[in-house]
Design a protein around this ligand. Structure first.
Ligand code: BGC
Length: 568
């Protein structure tokens, strides 16, 4: 028997209808204790500049679209309405309601959606590093075009180019980080990407606060701000190695071994190397992830890949991320105060994201989802009530009494923090960690596309909805938050500490899914899974390694499930 085939059979074991890799857990415990080394830290730093860029793109437009110089140049109608007529003719809620203005913000995400789907091809065939390089180049071009824009088409081309950057980066960077990270740091690193995103948002808001006081060209500086992380990503990607997984997938075995030894800081990487090799072999056997995910037995995975990113967006978060300065100005704050309020919101967001980074693996996803959901509902209802009662913008004076304005800011911060410790990071983590290998790339692709589509839709629609629904828009978001909280409570099993390869069993044990899908869930494909240390993307959590010591034999899924339940 060849070494490879003996490895494969040693790595699999039949339990109930499912073949699992029994030795996988044992082996991960035998990995040498890798230490963080400077090389790995540098790599993670460079790669997370992808998150900074994503954040900059989200956070920068709100401030820029309140700049009169910017509006006068590209959106003279809005400028006339806001600065000349002072929005006096009709409702203050409608001051910024302009489809083109919204397109400036949202065009990036529709480009990102398409680019993200296209990027699955270079990610696989050219490698993660090359895809990040393309992303860096597109970001640089986009930063140049938007900062130097002379007319609207040039501006929108710049946003589209940034969108291509976001699509490529969001496809390749999380994958890169997950693969380059030692297995026990994978879940933690996944959330660091979100942390970098929030830092990027805050940085953009701070830059806006500084530059938008500069007459004429201050907004150009804000938009040029994307160039710094873009350059870091571009030059960094030139210098970085590709991941061992991607190198092996493309047949560069020696180089893959060299890179693995270097990022682990030791030559003692044989076991992990053979794990990655097996994972690669298995991944190559999965020919139709897109067909798999539409089969009835994968319905829960499909539903989650669609509903979680959808719900994440209809919390209304991006109405605040994109348009906070516009909102504060609409409610009567002056330029400086509205930008300062926005910065306060940004700081709160970064701090609250830390809660998820530190505690998602300890408190569990459910606790964060539910507490975050309830917090958002309360905050949005109070914001709606305050605006309804204290703001006369629809009919007269558009300034709010000070105490009420402070109240709005406070509850806006509460809303953002509820999001930041729950749906923000978990909205990306959970859809990726519940996918089995058979559907993983398709599931991840769907989740990214749905997220970007609804980000686009919210960006495009919010100002018009604010104009039409006034304070009622926040009640609509609150209703969605209620629905999504109930949805998580009823349909999402707790995934904390459950190894990715055992996630499939969760649906079978879940009362609602068992009731809805019955027999279909029993039809879990009997496949040879690679060892746990080497699974493709977005590892579930750092708890993975100690979640299942010894799979219990022959009791079927229930018995097997008990093991991880006891362990988490
Ligand atoms: C969301 C973005 C949002 C950001 C705010 C991300 O998880 O996908 O749409 O703007 O969080 O931090």
């Amino acid at each position: 028997m060849s070494t490879e085939s003996s490895l494969t059979s040693a790595h699999t074991r039949q339990i109930g209808g499912l073949a699992v890799n029994a030795l996988g857990n044992a082996e991960i415990l035998q990995y040498p204790k890798y230490r963080l080394n400077l090389y790995l830290v540098t790599i993670c730093f460079v790669a997370s500049s992808g998150g900074l860029l994503f954040g900059h793109d989200i956070g920068v437009t709100g401030g820029v679209t309140t700049s009169n110089d910017f509006l006068a140049l590209f959106f003279p109608d809005v400028h006339h309405h806001v600065a000349v007529e002072q929005g006096a003719a009709d409702s203050a809620y409608c001051k910024y309601n302009n489809q083109l203005l919204q397109l400036f913000t949202s065009s990036l995400f529709i480009a990102g959606l398409l680019a993200g789907l296209v990027a699955t091809v270079p990610t696989r065939h050219l490698g993660r590093r090359a895809t990040m390089l393309i992303a860096g180049a597109a970001f640089l071009l986009g930063a140049g075009l938007t900062a130097g824009a002379q007319n609207l088409p040039m501006l929108v081309c710049g946003r589209v180019s940034l969108g291509v950057g976001v699509g490529f980066a969001n496809q390749a960077v999380p994958l890169y980080l997950s693969e380059i990270a030692p297995p026990l740091m994978r879940g933690f690193l996944n959330q660091l990407f979100q942390l970098a995103t929030t830092v990027g948002i805050l940085a953009a808001q701070l830059i806006n606060y500084g530059t938008l006081r500069i007459p004429d060209w201050g907004w150009r500086l804000s938009l040029a701000g994307a160039a710094a992380p873009a350059l870091l990503l571009f030059l960094g990607s030139l210098a970085l190695p590709d991941t061992p997984n991607s190198l092996l997938e493309r047949g560069h075995e020696e180089e893959a071994h060299r890179v693995l030894a270097r990022v682990r800081g030791t030559q003692d990487v044989g076991l992990e190397f053979s794990d990655i090799k097996l994972a690669g072999q298995y991944a190559r056997q999965v020919k139709h992830p897109w067909r798999n995910i539409f089969r009835p037995q994968y319905r829960p995975e499909l539903v989650m890949a669609i509903m979680i990113p959808f719900f994440q967006q209809v919390t209304g978060i991006n109405s605040v991320m994109f348009y906070a300065p516009v909102l504060f100005k609409t409610l009567g704050s002056d330029d400086a105060a509205s930008l300062l309020n926005t910065v306060i919101v940004g700081v709160v967001m970064v701090l609250a994201t830390l809660i998820a980074v530190l505690f998602a693996d300890r408190w569990g996803r459910h606790a964060l989802f539910l507490s975050g959901g309830i917090t958002m509902v309360v905050a949005e209802v109070v914001v709606a009530a305050l605006i309804a009662v204290e703001f006369r913008g629809a009919t007269g004076d558009a300034a709010m009494p000070k105490a009420a304005a402070v109240g709005v800011l406070f509850f806006m911060c509460l809303f953002v923090s509820g999001f930041a410790w729950s749906w923000g990071p978990l909205g990306w983590l959970v859809p990726s960690e519940i996918q089995p290998l058979e559907t993983r790339s398709a599931g991840q692709g769907i989740a990214v596309a749905v997220n970007f589509f609804f980000t686009f839709a919210m960006g495009q629609a919010f100002l018009s909805m604010l104009c039409g629904m006034q304070w009622g828009i926040f009640l609509l978001f609150a209703v969605f938050c209620v629905i999504m909280t109930v949805f998580v409570w009823v349909f999402l099993p707790e995934t904390k500490g459950v190894p990715i390869e055992e996630m499939r069993l969760l649906w079978r044990q879940h009362p609602e899914w068992r009731r809805i899908l019955g027999k279909e869930l029993g039809a879990i494909a009997a496949v040879a899974l690679p060892t746990k240390g080497a699974s493709g993307i977005n590892g579930a959590s750092g708890v993975k390694a100690n979640a299942v010591e010894e799979p219990q034999e022959a009791n079927g899924h229930e018995g097997y499930g008990k093991v991880w339940k006891a362990a988490v």
